[in-house]
Write a protein that binds this ligand. Structure first.
Ligand SMILES: [Fe+2]
Ligand SMILES: [Fe+2]
Length: 134
């Protein structure tokens, strides 16, 4: 079983990989728009971003409750965890159903999602260090 500290390190490195994929998708979208290049490569990279996001969410959702338990009272963990999972589903839905023109908005929403959870997770990391939890 992975410790909270190990899980947070893995989440952080997966976030970096997701951000690199988002940067790449944005560059490809620029090329399609400005240079009229074929959207095939963008569609392929987008499919890879969605796959990586899905795999990341599966990992994060398994670890969400143990991570949250280090920063909030047990009673509130379920509510916060379900709201977080609902946000994953909404983002995934936007990636699958939105026209390509919505891509930038969806990527911006995903960037906000990662930044916000990192703020919460860094509290968990500090708490784990202070209490000596592994
Ligand atoms: Fe998340
Ligand atoms: Fe995440």
């Amino acid at each position: 079983m992975m410790t909270v500290k190990q899980a947070l390190a893995k989440v952080a490195s997966q976030h970096e990989a997701l951000r690199a994929r988002m940067d790449h998708c944005t560059e490809l979208a620029d090329e399609v728009e400005k240079q009229g290049s074929s959207p095939d490569k963008l569609a392929q990279e987008l499919a890879e971003l969605r796959g990586a996001f899905e795999r990341h969410n599966r990992f994060e959702e398994d670890m969400l409750r143990p991570i949250l338990r280090t920063i909030v009272e047990t009673l509130r963990v379920d509510g916060i965890a379900s709201a977080h999972v609902a946000e994953h589903r909404e983002l995934d839905h936007r990636f699958s159903d939105s026209p390509l023109g919505e891509l930038r908005t969806t990527i911006a929403m995903l960037r906000d999602h990662l930044a916000e959870e990192e703020a919460h997770f860094s509290l968990a990391a500090n708490r784990a260090i202070r209490t000596g939890a592994k």
